[in-house]
Each structure stands twice: as structure tokens, then as C-alpha cells.
Write a protein that binds this ligand. Structure first.
Ligand SMILES: N[C@@H](CCC(=O)N[C@@H](CS)C(=O)NCC(=O)O)C(=O)O
Length: 197
């Protein structure tokens, strides 16, 4: 059976969980906060980052949520297409938006953990927060939730839910992104994978 190394809080792991749910084949989420998960991560992932997809065929290890999305699109495009997805890795405009969304998500994650570790809101850390604000303002007029759902929308849905889950920002400052999140939630594609401890 397919296995996914990750956690239930991780927004990048969630991208893969949403797609695996859409595919509908059984898979196992191996939480890296367990001994088994930590040991497997150590074995297969020198970067120590999640998610990692472990295919049951020939020991294939697929790191990185975007690579996992491309892998699943290559292997399972019929099921994903039927479920309303279009994850073509060569859709450059979509991938460009995805990289902006994930740049903001990376900044938000860095900011959250560094502040949690007690670092002050100055210098490089303050810059991460400014980056999140700037990107959300830029995205506010550029993202609409529609089908088929692309790579940027998947990342944005997962990013916004995580940002709200961790209280990183007050999303209602961005009305179009708030509307995007409502449509994302109403679509049900992320049901059952919402961030939780
Ligand atoms: N570009 C990577 C980013 C993955 C990432 O940053 N994952 C976070 C969890 S959401 C992580 O593993 N953080 C642990 C660390 O940075 O040590 C992807 O798309 O999978």
C-alpha cells in the first residue's frame, strides 16, 4: 500500500492527502511524530522535510509536495481529472502562482516557529511576516476558486487553512482570499484532512 510520511498539522502534507483522498485508493499516513515515522523519515529523507510519498512499487521515494502532485498526476490523472483536478506541471502560469503562494507559506511557517521559539519580531523574522502580508495582498485580486482545480488553488487552500489554524494572520483583511477559502471549504475537496494536532 502507498504510504505518506507527514503530520496532520503540515500544510504541505495536506496537499498530498487531499489528492490521495481524491484518487480514492487506500493509503497509510505515517506520522513522523511516531517512532516508526521518525525512523523511516531519517532513512529516506536527508532534508528531513515532509511530505514524502513511498510508493509500493520498486521502493520509489517521492519527496516534496509539488513533485508528489506531479507524480500522482502522471500515475492517476484519470481519477484526479474525474474528481475535478488539473495538475499539469507544465501549466506555467498556474505553477508560477503556486510558487508565490508557497513562498508566502514558507515565510509564514518560518515566522510561526521562530516566534514560538522565543525570537523577537525584528530583522529577518519581521521580514517574513511582511512577506506574508505583501503576498496575500498581491494574491487577493488574482485567485478565484474554480474547477478544474489547479496546483496554485490546492496550495492556497491548504496554506490559508494552516494560516488560520495557527493564527498567523487575520484573514478577513483580504476579502477575495476570504471568499476563496469559503468556496474551497464548500467544495469539500479538503474534508477530513483539515489541520489538527
Ligand atoms: N517544498 C516542500 C516544503 C516542505 C516543508 O517545508 N515541510 C515542512 C512541514 S509543513 C517541514 O518539513 N518542516 C520541517 C523542517 O523544515 O525542518 C514541499 O512542497 O514539500
Amino acid at each position: 500500500m502507498r504510504r505518506l510520511l507527514g503530520t496532520t498539522t503540515s500544510p504541505y502534507t495536506r496537499k498530498a492527502r487531499v489528492l490521495l483522498k481524491a484518487i480514492g485508493k487506500p493509503y497509510e499516513l505515517v506520522d513522523i511524530r511516531t517512532d516508526e515515522g521518525a525512523a523511516t523519515l531519517k532513512e529516506v529523507a536527508p532534508l528531513g522535510k515532509i511530505p514524502i510519498l513511498l510508493e509500493d512499487e520498486a521502493g520509489t521515494v517521492v519527496p516534496d509536495s509539488t513533485l508528489i502532485a506531479s507524480w500522482l498526476w502522471a500515475k492517476e490523472s484519470a481519477a484526479l481529472g474525474t474528481a475535478g483536478w488539473d495538475l499539469d506541471p507544465q501549466a506555467f502560469a498556474d505553477q508560477a502562482l503556486r510558487s508565490v503562494v508557497e513562498g508566502a507559506l514558507d515565510a509564514a511557517i518560518n515566522h510561526y516557529y521562530l516566534r514560538r521559539d522565543g525570537f523577537a519580531e525584528t530583522g529577518y523574522i519581521a521580514k517574513q511576516r511582511q512577506r506574508v502580508d505583501r503576498v496575500l495582498t498581491w494574491l487577493d485580486q488574482r485567485m478565484e476558486f474554480r474547477r478544474p482545480i489547479g496546483a496554485a488553488a490546492l496550495s492556497l487552500g491548504c496554506a490559508l487553512d494552516w494560516i488560520v489554524f495557527r493564527n498567523v494572520i487575520e484573514l478577513d483583511r483580504w476579502p477575495s482570499l476570504t471568499a476563496f477559502r469559503s468556496s474551497w471549504k464548500a467544495s469539500g475537496v479538503g474534508d477530513g484532512t483539515e489541520p489538527r494536532e
